[in-house]
Unconditional design. Sequence first.
Lengths: 196, 279
Amino acid sequence: MKRLLYSVFIFLVMTQTVGADETDVTKQLLRNKVEAAISVLQKEDIDQQEKNKQIIEIVTPLFDFQLMAKLSLGRKYWPGLTQEERQRFTELFTRRLQESYLDKLRLYTDEKVVFKTSVKEKRKIKIPTELISKNNTISMLYKFHELTNSWLIYDIEVQGVSIISTYRSQFDHILSNGTIDDLLIKLEQPEQPKNK
Amino acid sequence: MRKRQWTYLLLFFLFLFFLSTGCAHRRAASSQAVPENMDRDQNRQMTTAEAEQIPSDPDMEDNDDEGFFEDEFEEEAIKVADPLSPWNRAMFHFNDKLYFWALKPLARGYKAITPNFIRTGVKNFFRNITTPIRLVNCILQAKGNAAAVEFSRFVVNTTIGVLGFGSPADKYPKLASPDAEDLGQTFGNYGLGNGFYLVWPILGPSTLRDSIGRAGDFFLDPVSYVSPAEASIGIRAFDTVNNTSFRIGDYESLKKSAIDPYTALRDVYLQVREKKIKE
């Protein structure tokens, strides 16, 4: 009887850890990557360009840029695109996202990053973090989804504002008044023209 | 005097009218959702058809996933009418220039010559004296706990914190600052819609509901009662510069990552407000 109880207990403990595992592993992975990125950011012996390159190399494997591109256009526009257009769009949008993420890291990470308790909802993991600098605390929420056994980021919320949502409304605005070519041209331009 | 009362009454009815049109718009939006749904179904059919034709197409593999995620973003999407778009865009550009030509250089210069503890002290001070706004709105939303915390913070920070320049209340986890409430959020909490998007010169993005809320909060802000009016405006300007000195780079970053900055800022504003109302 005692043995049975023990085995039940051990079984329960084990299943418990299995359940928590994915979330913890993902969190640890994110922590490693973000910390590596920050240490690159704080290096003094290399120039900004080199830093950007290194950081992008570090964090890129965490992101599901394909899905992010798809989500940002949504069901309304994505299916209407040709294969080439999709590819071109994904390429440009990926670059945009990388730059934007880099920018946010650079802007808000003076001191440290705090990783808070992550939440698992169905097939998603949400990991809230806080970027703490001298005067500000900026919340950054990483949203992961599972893709063939690995968890990848499909959206980030900065101070409660979803990056994908914001792009969605911009793309919707451009595409409802223009064509995909207009959007691609705008994505290619690094800076918004002054008169618009 | 009598005439004045009539003006107020008229304004009030105008307010109600706008709110009701706001609601009408919302309803119209939801009835529009039907054809949109149909549209979506067509798309879905198309997607499945394509998937059947080209089974190796990697984009279509996670069809299920796509639907799963779309829902999240469709739920999140906040649609607000923008009938005053030309005005709003003009004001957006005005504010944009105001920021880059005046506010940013001012805030930068101020930051360079002002020690950090003074800037933080000023920030705390203004936060402390605007307690009435947050307190009243906590009460209006029946957030008893938050109201108690706001009140206690005010007492602690005004006394031990020396008129609110310090923020000793932050040391107590129980007195952690609750989310700042305002009248716009209170209206939202009561179920009023945004009405429409509205950009004010200097004050920035808002909606009809939040503008009215802001006007109401004006009366709860002690700075409004400083006379002469010039002094009151001066104090506000100082507060703005001080606040901006902590946030140089935020707007630039938003603008840089945006493809259409006007739409991006509008969406960010609406997302932030929506989130705050839900909290």
